[in-house]
Write a protein that binds this ligand. Sequence first.
Ligand code: FES
Ligand code: FES
Length: 201
Amino acid sequence: MTFSDAGPPAPPGPRGPGVPQALRITITVNGRQLPAEVDPRTLLVHVIRDCWGLSGAKIACDTSQCGACTVLLDGRAVKSCTILAVQADGAVLTTIEGLDEAGVLTNLQQQFRDQHALQCGFCTPGMIMTAVSLVGDGIATDEAAVRRGLAGNICRCTGYQPIVQAVLAAARATGDGAQATAAARLTADSAAPGGDGGGAA
Ligand code: FES
Ligand code: FES
């Protein structure tokens, strides 16, 4: 093929010819579908912070160790500095800003408050997002499990004890709530006509 057959070659972009410069992605963020045009190598945390202005997720290391950037991606706690934004296309993302329910603190947030587990604004959002996953997945069964689950979230300043207590308290409250709901359902079922408790023996 000669030059005249092909027409003038496209000018190479900064990353070389044939490499897409921007890709369009859409992620459901805290319940809203948000689009973004991203370079394929853009990290998810940069889109969260710089495109969408959600500054709760922090960048506090360059080594994927601190966990300050933790968010929930399709319900799983992930370090958003270790994921390309394009990998999250179509996913459901929750950041610390989307955790409360219409301004009401969740059980876990309330426990962090009650147990004096709130540390600085760098480490706390990531701690809480990891804790959401530990409690939600039923992993926060005892102190050792919580400490293991939080191993990827680093605070340089504390002994973690109040944080662990807050997660355990939230897990207990969640378990109590689930048991209360199940008990209420059983009571309602047995009281209903035809239920176990509704007819003569
Ligand atoms: S900024 Fe993501 S792990 Fe430190
Ligand atoms: S890093 Fe946040 S209080 Fe220690």
